[in-house]
Design a protein. Structure first.
Length: 202
């Protein structure tokens, strides 16, 4: 299966773009979705996190407060590394299984926020990076997550720079404009990936 890794900084537009790929018939596997499901009660990551962080991380309904967990790991580097060391191998295995099970699509879009900072590179044939200006990224992030500009800037500063990401990608989508402008860019790439994934033509 031909796999395209879709990466980009926080709130750069990965989900918005993967939704368009999906509407064109591409299979989409999102590592954030896989990661979230692992933190649900009774799933592999749940007990490990509660054991490590304590029950104060639970909401009244018994689920992990992912917003609070995110706040915690951004202010505690050690905890962040611990959580990644627990979750990444399980997510990697789960993604590999989902890719192997994909039949209905010529290629897979694998959404991986930290593609260059992780082992997920080993799963992809090609890298597509989303780029947008820091000002727009900050505006969209603070509006969507209702967080302060200061906290949003700290999150962004912990990720690799947009410039680095662009230099290392095979393809780039620029997301500074309207959502409708994304459709043309995604359409072109859909054609390219459909060709590339065809063993007779690629
Ligand atoms: P995360 O890194 O947190 O997973 P993401 O990269 O998947 O985020 P999205 O959730 O797709 O980013 O987009 C972030 C926010 O910006 C969302 O509220 C989305 O609706 C909005 N957004 C994305 N692209 C555009 C656009 N071109 N115009 C206006 N709003 C946009």
């Amino acid at each position: 299966m031909y796999v395209v890794g879709l990466t980009g900084g926080i709130a750069s537009g990965k989900t918005t773009i993967s939704d368009i790929f999906s509407s064109l018939g591409a299979a989409v596997i999102d590592t954030d979705v896989v990661s979230r499901s692992l933190l649900e009660p009774k799933q592999k990551g749940f007990h490990k996190v509660v054991e490590k962080v304590g029950k104060s991380i639970l909401l009244d309904n018994g689920e992990i407060d992912r917003r609070a967990l995110r706040q915690l790991i951004f202010s505690d580097e050690k905890l962040k590394h611990w959580l990644e060391s627990i979750l990444h191998p399980i997510i990697l295995t789960e993604c590999r299984e989902q890719i192997d099970l994909t039949e209905s699509s010529p290629y897979v879009i694998l959404v991986v926020p930290l593609l260059f900072e992780s082992d997920f590179k080993s799963l992809v044939d090609r890298v597509l990076a989303v780029d947008c200006s820091k000002e727009i990224q900050l505006k969209r992030l603070t509006a969507r997550d209702e967080i302060s500009v200061d906290f949003a800037e700290r999150i962004i500063s912990q990720q690799i720079s947009n410039e680095d990401r662009i230099n290392r990608a095979d393809d780039i989508i620029l997301n500074n404009g309207e959502e409708s402008e994304l459709i043309t860019q995604v359409n072109k790439l859909h054609q390219l990936y459909s060709l590339r994934s065809d063993p007779g033509l690629g």
